[in-house]
Write a protein that binds this ligand. Structure first.
Ligand code: AMP
Ligand code: GLY
Length: 445
């Protein structure tokens, strides 16, 4: 039976019955798991997923790469998908959402133009300046000499950022002028490929960082509880930056009034500025904020959920999540049921592979002794695979930097982290690496 059209998009009801999640990380498994739990959802496909995707209740896996636009479109039509949720930034920046929408599919995730919020730091900065969104002062530069001249003129150490997508590795927070200069040399040495063709220099801000996620239908916003990531590899927040070693939510750094301030100062002006650029942004706006003495300031925007913030937040989402994401995709958040947020504290710890964030060992078999209900995420503990794959013999082996996310909820953070670490102690593979101090800001023991 043909489904009716809503805003030009084919959907059969408020809740999508068949969903496709695109991506291969812990974030995508968490999204798929949360969507599959929503009332009315029949099945969630994950493409390409990883070694844990097909274990999730209600989820199935498709071996199609996130870069294979034609393959994903074909699969979405073949499986009568009513909502596509795109997890990572690279396919968004490459225009996957545009391609799928052009074929009449409902997609949660911005088109290539909107994805510039993340894919070009210079473009995002220009938007923030136009919209008077609080952010660090900045100086874009197109070559080494121009950038070095900025350093001489400003006379202070600066943050040096490769303009394009560099998988979170294109940023140096310099502590001296010399470090600033050598970071500039590094960007223009070609280390970041096309992402380093231009550079953005920024004044250094100080304060705690917090991630805020807004679900956007092109016009309206639903804010999720703030989350705190742990970017550094080492305990005590030391060592090189990673994709994130753990997280917790709701982050008490931002209370309800603080979140409302972020909505008014940052998120609403962003949507207005996007609309002024004729961008109908349907997806997540992720504001990475620094809470400075002068108020919240934007460090960066991303066009997708954070990882591991997503794994942390998904267990707190109510059963309306699928309907809300569909409403974002169809531009009708005004008709969606309110998104319930489960009370309680959520804690997430990442288990990485030896060597992360550098070159990692891979191919080590995993032994998971967690109870079946925890593996399936049926209680207060969830295991989300990230860098894993099923080997030819059917065994699950490590296959990436961040291997697993162990997530748990409880009435307070002490208990939530106790549960998460207890779960982690039941996961084994050679070279397992994790921080024992995730959530130190909110734990008393
Ligand atoms: P980004 O990829 O832009 O999020 O930057 C990565 C990390 O660098 C951020 O999470 C911050 O810890 C740090 N950082 C970025 N910009 C600034 C800034 N203007 N001042 C201080 N730290 C920054
Ligand atoms: N956890 C930070 C990010 O996803 O960019």
């Amino acid at each position: 039976m043909a489904s009716p059209l809503r805003n030009g998009v084919r959907v059969s009801g408020m809740t999508p019955q068949l969903i496709l999640v695109v991506g291969a990380g812990g974030r995508e498994n968490a999204l798929a798991w949360a969507l599959a739990r929503c009332r009315g959802v029949e099945a969630v496909w994950i493409a390409p997923g990883n070694g844990g995707s097909s274990e999730l209740p209600g989820c199935r896996q498709l071996a199609i790469a996130e870069s294979d636009q034609a393959g994903l479109l074909h699969a979405a039509l073949e499986h009568r998908i009513e909502l596509v949720v795109v997890g990572p930034e690279a396919p968004l920046a490459a225009g996957l959402a545009d391609r799928l929408r052009a074929a009449g599919l409902a997609v949660f995730g911005p088109g290539a133009q909107g994805a510039q919020l993340e894919a070009s730091k210079e473009w995002a900065k220009a938007l923030m300046v136009d919209a008077e969104i609080p952010t660090a002062r900045h100086w874009p530069a197109g070559n080494r000499d121009e950038a070095l001249a900025v350093v001489e003129a400003v006379g202070q150490p600066l943050v040096v950022k490769a303009d394009g997508l560099a998988a979170g590795k294109g940023v140096t927070v310099a502590t001296t002028l010399d470090e600033t200069r050598s970071a500039i040399e590094e960007v223009f040495s070609g280390r970041f490929g096309a992402a380093g063709a231009r550079v953005v220099l920024e004044e250094i801000l100080e304060g705690p960082e917090v991630s805020v996620f807004a679900l956007c239908d092109g016009q309206r916003l639903v804010l999720l509880p703030p989350a705190q990531d742990h970017k550094r590899i080492g305990e005590g927040d030391t060592g090189p930056n990673t994709g994130g070693m753990g997280a917790y939510a709701p982050a008490p750094l931002l209370d309800a009034a603080g979140l409302e301030q972020v909505r008014q100062l940052v998120l609403e002006p962003t949507v207005t500025a996007l609309r002024q650029r004729n961008i109908d942004y349907r997806g997540v706006i992720y504001a990475g904020l620094m809470l400075t003495a002068a108020g919240p300031k934007v460090i960066e925007f991303n066009c997708r959920f954070g990882d591991p913030e997503c794994e942390t937040l998904m267990p707190l989402m109510g059963p309306e999540l699928a309907a809300v994401l569909l409403a974002c995709a169809t531009g009708r958040l005004d008709q969606a049921p309110p998104l319930t947020i489960v009370a309680g504290c959520s804690a997430c710890v990442i288990a990485a592979a030896e060597g992360y964030p550098g070159t990692v060992r891979q191919g080590d078999p995993l032994q998971i002794d967690l109870a079946e209900s925890d593996r399936a995420g049926q209680g207060a503990v969830q295991l989300f695979h990230a860098g894993t794959r099923l080997a030819a013999d059917g065994r699950c082996v490590t296959a990436g930097g961040r291997v697993l996310a162990l997530v748990a909820q409880a009435a307070d953070f002490d208990q939530a982290f106790e549960r998460a670490y207890d779960g982690l102690s039941q996961v084994h593979y050679a070279g397992i690496t994790y921080r024992r101090d995730i959530g130190h800001q909110v734990r008393s023991r």
